[in-house]
Design a protein around this ligand. Structure first.
Ligand SMILES: Cc1cc2nc3c(=O)[nH]c(=O)nc-3n(C[C@H](O)[C@H](O)[C@H](O)COP(=O)(O)OP(=O)(O)OC[C@H]3O[C@@H](n4cnc5c(N)ncnc54)[C@H](O)[C@@H]3O)c2cc1C
Ligand code: FES
Length: 278
């Protein structure tokens, strides 16, 4: 494609209501109208796309399906403002624009033979779902797989049914939590960083990946360091405001790093070097 701003057209093939209410989340399964585009659209888990609603605007979102799923592409979108609220009104069969994939994604090949711990909160589970499903589809190439995920309440847990299914497997350890007590909830009650400390995954030969609200990420990283993880073993994603997605508009930069191009995935070591944190 010559014009980098020109989207491919995709139809909404299926809509799954993940979370209801003010902070509603829906997963949209998209299929490119052009079969060749669908066949050749390749991406790394953790990469994003710009989804455009004609006459409304665009928003940058993580691809929440695994690249191993070739026949469609999924994005999971929380109702936030103008574009995302309009998207929630869209129906099966409606057409959207998609451009991308953008950013760097997770370097899953460098994690071969390692234990992986995912620590997610709220809609932050969207990019993690992509990489989790990729690892499940390549299960023998990775060692222990722990998924620590929480939300404010059980009704706000995203991808709940999939996570309940994963709980039944003996080669995946799922640790779900909600912030406050609820009748019939027999899993952990409390914040995600506290659940991480309770589970205390061994740091040896382990990669930890965290995504969620900034305050959660901050405490998760603090607790990972406490558990003996090094800066190089910790990965997270940054959600800066993005407009172009291709390093042109200058909306997303931290210093001279364009998050839309060099991110959104960063090791904690790299993140510290670009933010000047010690
Ligand atoms: C790399 C990346 C990946 C993302 N992945 C997802 C995803 O998988 N699912 C998802 O639901 N959302 C994701 N987002 C956030 C999503 O892009 C914003 O929610 C969306 O652009 C808001 O558009 P809007 O027009 O609905 O809201 P607006 O009307 O523009 O704003 C509504 C509210 O959201 C705030 N807001 C807008 N953009 C952002 C942002 N980037 N970060 C924090 N606050 C923001 C505004 O300040 C305002 O308070 C991602 C963002 C980035 C940069
Ligand atoms: S979004 Fe425009 S430079 Fe990154």
């Amino acid at each position: 494609m010559n014009n980098p701003y020109q989207p491919w057209l995709a139809t909404i093939d299926k809509i799954t209501e993940e979370v209801k209410g003010a902070r509603a989340i829906k997963t949209f399964q998209l299929k490119f109208l052009d079969r060749e585009v669908q066949q050749h659209f390749s991406f790394q888990p953790g990469q994003c796309v710009m989804v455009g609603l004609f006459g409304v605007g665009e928003c940058m979102v993580a691809i929440s399906s695994s690249p191993t799923k070739k026949e469609s592409l999924e994005v999971s979108i929380m109702k936030q403002g103008k574009v995302t609220s309009a998207f929630h009104e869209y129906q099966q069969g409606d057409i959207v624009g998609v451009r991308g994939p953008y950013g760097n994604g997770f370097n899953v090949d460098s994690w071969l033979g390692k234990n992986i711990v995912f620590i997610g909160g709220g809609i932050g589970q969207a990019p993690l779902r992509s990489v989790i499903n990729y690892i499940i589809d390549n299960r023998r190439r990775y060692r222990n797989l722990d998924i620590i995920y929480g939300a404010r309440s059980s009704s706000e847990l995203c991808f709940k049914n999939e996570l309940f299914e994963l709980e039944k497997r003996d080669d995946v350890h799922v640790h779900l939590s909600i912030d406050h007590e609820e009748e019939a909830w027999n899993r952990y009650v409390g914040f995600v960083p506290d659940n991480l400390l309770k589970i205390a995954p061994p740091s040896h030969n382990t990669i930890a990946v965290t995504c969620g609200p900034p305050v959660m990420i901050q405490f998760v990283i603090k607790n990972l360091l406490h558990l003996g993880f090094t800066d190089e073993q910790i990965y997270t994603t940054l959600e800066m405001r993005m407009k172009c997605g291709i390093g042109k508009c200058g909306r997303c930069n931290i210093g001279n790093v364009y998050v839309c191009k060099e991110g959104p995935v960063f090791s904690y070591k790299k993140l510290k070097s670009i933010t000047g944190e010690r």
